[in-house]
Design a protein around this ligand. Structure first.
Ligand SMILES: Nc1nc2c(ncn2[C@@H]2O[C@H](COP(=O)(O)OP(=O)(O)OP(=O)(O)O)[C@@H](O)[C@H]2O)c(=O)[nH]1
Ligand SMILES: [Mg+2]
Length: 237
């Protein structure tokens, strides 16, 4: 737009098409992209703008607002209360980065004054507990190996943020969905976080929905954003 002398409908359309292409290339769901286009066009009515208006600025602002709105769930995110126990359960597909994210989430809150502890509820994969232990030791966060006992003990020891790491779900494993439900009942989490590999692309919506049908998912963490620029699918989750 910077190169155009006159800002008219064609320039606006070209600009929106550029943005659309970029979003689609980054795996953002088509429905979301079309919605964005329609909303922006509705806000900007170039013909009715009085002379003297900075059209570039108006388009820029409208586009920026709409992109922000795509990321805004419309309610504040969960913040655990300091000094009061919150249990947070992480669920996700196998290998999505749950265990790594548990420690990151704990570390983030520890630096900001919470007292987090990690509990391993992965009874499925060999080495799962050792992995959590290694991460937790490095980040200097206390950890426990047994699910119900671990949560109970953390509560007694006045940890205010208890983070539970579940086994990653694999397509064939109907049993793991049952296990997830059981862990959910046993730990009574204040928040369930769906951890999602950003490269999942268009499958994000269906996956997120499948999980939400089993446990009441309240947040999403997108992992592996460092590897590529295709995290857009995650928006539909
Ligand atoms: N580049 C990158 N790698 C990551 C990220 N998060 C996790 N990983 C890597 O992804 C692999 C799987 O991570 P885990 O945390 O073990 O994933 P998981 O979901 O707990 O795996 P399972 O328990 O086997 O289902 C490991 O090699 C991690 O180092 C990330 O944000 N970026
Ligand atoms: Mg794991």
């Amino acid at each position: 737009m910077g190169n155009e002398m006159v800002i008219d409908q064609k320039v606006l359309n070209d600009c929106l098409n550029d943005i659309t292409r970029a979003l689609l290339q980054a795996d953002v769901e088509f429905k979301l992209v079309r919605h964005m286009q329609t909303n922006i066009k509705q806000v900007i009515n170039l013909d009715h703008l009085a002379a003297g208006h900075d059209k570039r600025k108006i388009i820029h602002q409208a586009t920026f607002d709409e992109l922000c709105r795509m990321l805004d769930p419309g309610k504040p995110s969960f913040v655990p209360k300091k000094g009061k126990t919150s249990v947070v359960l992480l669920v996700g597909l196998q290998g999505c980065g749950e265990t790594t994210t548990c420690t990151k989430y704990a570390h983030y809150h520890q630096k900001r004054g919470w007292k987090p502890a990690l509990v391993c509820a992965d009874t499925f994969r060999a080495g799962a507990f050792d992995q959590l232990k290694q991460n937790a030791t490095k980040a200097k966060i206390p950890f426990h190996g047994r699910i119900s006992k671990g949560v109970e003990r953390c509560k007694k020891e006045n940890y205010d943020l208890i983070i539970v790491d579940m086994s990653g779900w694999h397509k064939q494993e109907a049993a793991l969905f049952e296990e997830m439900r059981q862990v959910y009942e046993a730990t009574q989490p204040d928040l369930v976080i769906f951890v999602m590999d950003s490269s999942i692309g268009q499958a994000a919506f269906d996956q997120a929905q499948a999980f939400k049908q089993i446990v009441s998912v309240g947040a999403v963490i997108v992992t592996k954003m460092d590897g590529h620029a295709k995290g857009g699918g995650a928006l539909s989750a």
